[in-house]
Design a protein around this ligand. Sequence first.
Ligand SMILES: [Zn+2]
Length: 86
Amino acid sequence: MGLYIPNHARCLVPGCGNRPFFILSIRMRRHDSGATWAPNLPAYFCGQHANGGSDITILYTPTTTGKNHVKVTVATAPVERMTPIR
Ligand SMILES: [Zn+2]
């Protein structure tokens, strides 16, 4: 059984619009190699953007809600600046 990707879904990369065949997923692995949780995210990607390389930053904030709230933001042109401290 394959992963379900809605027919209306499009690649999440801004301006791409290709039909996606990949789903981003994260998981919390246990030491016995199983996973406590592993939600597929509603973050779909075409082959080019799924396998062409990426730069991923994860900010993990523990809570007491018993739920995982995952936000995925795709930035193709992040604004970044590094300045010396004087
Ligand atoms: Zn794409």
